[in-house]
Design a protein around this ligand. Structure first.
Ligand SMILES: Cc1ncc(COP(=O)(O)O)c(C=O)c1O
Length: 387
């Protein structure tokens, strides 16, 4: 059996230090925020080359508070992509603003900067590019458009801890960046967690208040806030895990390189590392027009896969009120129909990659030549500075 992710293997490797960190919190009886969270905020912000980190209870809360700190509210519009996890879009709705979509680039699956200006209006207040699967969006053109129109850029970096764009770290590429520490993420808590990182002390101060009932100091509530505090147990566990993150990222990149090599020439479309990106492979997604059959066969062989995501957000029933019809975002829709995420985690071995690849080569050979609709060919080489 090859699982899709293997959190037990990771825990086995770090059991002693994690158990000690948990014991430290239990002994202190300091359960929410406190010194462990404060230390983790500093350590993770530094890891992202950002000055400030504000720990919150989920990645969704991080997005919600970043938007509020940017002044986004009812009547405003926020531009993002439909090919993402629903949380990106829900967080916009929490503020009362309207999500406005642009399609994704078919190779990177991230925001196509060429689509942004056509949907900007005088109500546009922010842009949220999503670093999907662990690959940063093409941030320079996005930031240039944002600057020109005076709107804020909030990175959705929930899947991209430690990824680089032209040698710069995710988390330092926009006005604010939002991370998730959901257990299966590249840096995952033992429960829920999230963080906003930013260089801007004003945003940081507002978010610090909003996550803790809008209080400037105890019982002095200057904003209508939330209970979005990060638990100390998660802060302590995440501090221990952060020390391993670079090693785990390298292991993911090695596993991705194994898949790339083992699937080369099979007719299966593997992920495209963009020239500007150092991909951290939260997800390794291939594309196939026979996805349902392939997934069922792999499952029967004990190989667990995932689909991220089967329906683009504009076609989900919950967002029907936005009024987007099928066909409006063809690249997102095509990707949603074809992507298949292979097992990916730092402990994945070469033998496991070989077993998965061999199964997929067999499926591909019996399916014939057309595994996916043709995509625009923008063959990319690794960016020289970050390869
Ligand atoms: C792209 C993206 N944005 C936002 C989130 C929300 O994070 P969380 O589950 O911690 O609320 C996730 C993770 O689930 C995600 O993958």
């Amino acid at each position: 059996m090859i699982p899709f992710v293997d959190l037990k293997a990771q825990y086995a490797a770090i059991r002693t230090e994690v158990n000690e960190a948990i014991a430290r919190v239990l002994e202190s009886c300091e359960f929410t925020l406190g010194s462990e969270v404060a230390a983790f905020e500093q350590e993770f912000a530094a890891y992202c080359s950002a000055r400030q980190g504000i720990g919150v209870n989920t990645g969704t809360s991080a997005l919600h508070l970043a938007l509020l700190a940017a002044g986004v509210g009812p009547g405003d519009e926020v531009i993002t992509v439909p090919f993402t996890f629903v949380a990106t879009v829900s967080a916009i709705c929490y503020t009362g603003a309207t999500p406005v979509f642009v399609d994704v680039d078919p190779q990177s699956y991230t925001m196509d900067p060429g689509g942004i200006e056509a949907v900007m209006t005088r109500r546009t207040r922010a842009i949220i590019p999503v670093h999907l699967y662990g690959q940063p969006a093409d941030m320079d053109p996005i930031s240039a458009i944002a600057r020109k129109h005076g709107v804020v850029v909030i990175e959705d970096a929930a899947q991209a801890h430690g990824a680089d764009y032209k040698g710069r770290r995710t988390g330092s590429l926009g006005d604010m960046a939002c991370f998730s520490f959901y257990p299966g993420k590249n840096l995952g808590a033992y429960g829920e967690g999230g963080m906003v990182v930013t260089d801007d002390p004003g945003y940081a101060r507002t978010i610090r208040m909003l996550r803790d009932w809008g209080a400037e100091r105890k019982y002095h509530h200057v904003l209508k806030g939330y209970n979005y505090r990060l638990e100390a147990l998660q802060g302590a566990v995440l501090r221990e895990k952060l020390r391993h993150l670079d090693k785990w990222t390298e292991a993911r990149r090695t596993a991705a390189a194994h898949y790339d090599r083992l699937l080369a020439g099979s007719g299966v479309q593997t992920p495209t590392p963009m020239c500007y990106a150092r991909h951290v492979y939260h997800i390794y997604a291939i594309r196939t027009q026979h996805r349902a059959a392939w997934q069922a066969t792999l499952q029967a062989q004990g190989i667990h896969t995932g689909i991220h995501y089967p329906t683009p957000v504009h076609l989900l029933p919950a967002f029907a009120d936005l009024g987007y019809a099928a066909g409006r975002f063809p690249e997102a829709e095509r990707a949603a129909n074809e992507v298949l995420s292979l097992p990916m985690y730092p402990e994945l071995t070469y033998e496991q990659c070989a077993e998965v690849s061999q199964s997929i080569r067999g499926l591909s050979a019996s399916a014939g030549p057309a595994q996916h609709a043709p995509v625009r060919d923008r063959t990319q080489a690794q960016f020289a500075g970050t390869a």
